[in-house]
Design a protein around this ligand. Structure first.
Ligand SMILES: Nc1ncnc2c1ncn2[C@@H]1O[C@H](COP(=O)(O)OP(=O)(O)OP(=O)(O)O)[C@@H](O)[C@H]1O
Ligand SMILES: [Mg+2]
Length: 266
């Protein structure tokens, strides 16, 4: 449920960003309030994952213009670890493998780093066990090296395990549904639903698949084309995209670019 009486939890203003050599995001404005669920859609290569990484503070990307505020603070120049501690979580489209670090130790470390989540070893073990059960995940995974040799679907479940353990204020889920079989999809959907209900966290879901959204009350849908957010609408816009594709939105961008060009030429 959204609470629009307060300030946005995440407020992005006039943000342009990219790699050293390639501008990717242009003039992005986005507000997400606590407890809201936003969906970000767009064609392949539009810049959706880049936006997630830029909000998380991935140093690969440089911000050339604009600002990002989170929970009342300007975090535009903050490092990723500070943003994580402030309550931003990004589940990666392609989770990284970390040889030599057992999953359980990793989870314990990231939890202990948060003063509000610090707990005894016993309580922690119990909580992890509960979440594994919730996610239909074999606890044998906990002793394996983080993501090493995990299947695509198993890696996505590990991301969900982190989400439910950390209970961030804002979760950006980048194609958390991709590569999941039908049963895993419903387990992960239930996990996301639990996150939303248990801690009233805000969600920014990047997805190409509308099934994952069926259990969620979507507040806003955004469409990104060529690094621009070109449309914002209600949940019903997702069905429209499903039926009619992104052509209509690409046309919108072409039109606005042509209008700008006309203005410059005049
Ligand atoms: N580190 C990078 N170096 C070079 N180019 C990059 C980098 N990251 C992103 N890009 C480019 O920026 C564009 C946007 O990529 P991004 O991964 O954000 O797209 P996306 O909308 O998430 O696409 P998809 O739906 O396929 O996941 C692409 O052309 C991509 O090749
Ligand atoms: Mg992507």
């Amino acid at each position: 449920m959204s609470d629009n009486t307060n300030k946005p939890l995440l407020s992005i203003r006039k943000l342009s960003a990219g790699t050293e050599s390639k501008p990717i995001l242009h003039d992005i404005d986005l507000d997400v309030f606590s407890g809201e669920t936003h969906v970000l859609m767009g064609p392949n290569g539009a810049g959706k994952s880049t936006l997630g990484h830029v909000v998380m503070g991935d140093p690969v990307y440089k911000i050339s213009h604009g600002s990002i505020c989170f929970d009342g603070a300007d975090i535009t120049a903050e490092a990723a670890d500070k943003r994580s501690l402030a309550g931003i979580f990004l589940s990666y489209q392609a989770p990284v493998e970390v040889p030599g670090v057992p999953l359980y130790s990793f989870l314990r470390t990231i939890t202990q780093m948060r003063p509000e989540l610090k707990t005894t070893a016993r309580k922690f073990r119990t909580r992890v066990g509960e979440i594994c059960e919730q996610l239909d995940m074999d606890q044998g995974f906990l002793t394996r090296e983080l993501n090493v040799g995990f299947s695509g679907g198993e890696k996505k479940k590990v991301e969900m395990l982190q989400l439910l353990l950390l209970q961030p204020k804002l979760a950006i889920l980048d194609e958390t549904d991709s590569g999941l079989d039908v049963d895993a999809l419903s387990v992960v959907s239930r996990g996301i639903e639990a996150y939303r209900k248990d801690c009233d966290g805000a969600l920014l879901m990047i997805t190409h698949n509308t099934r994952i959204l069926e259990r969620l009350d979507v507040d806003s849908t955004h469409v990104m084309v060529k690094g621009h957010l070109v449309a914002k609408g209600p949940a019903s816009m997702i069905d429209d995209i499903d039926k009619n594709g992104f052509g209509q939105f690409e046309a919108l961008l072409d039109k606005s670019e042509a209008a700008n060009q006309g203005g410059e030429d005049a």
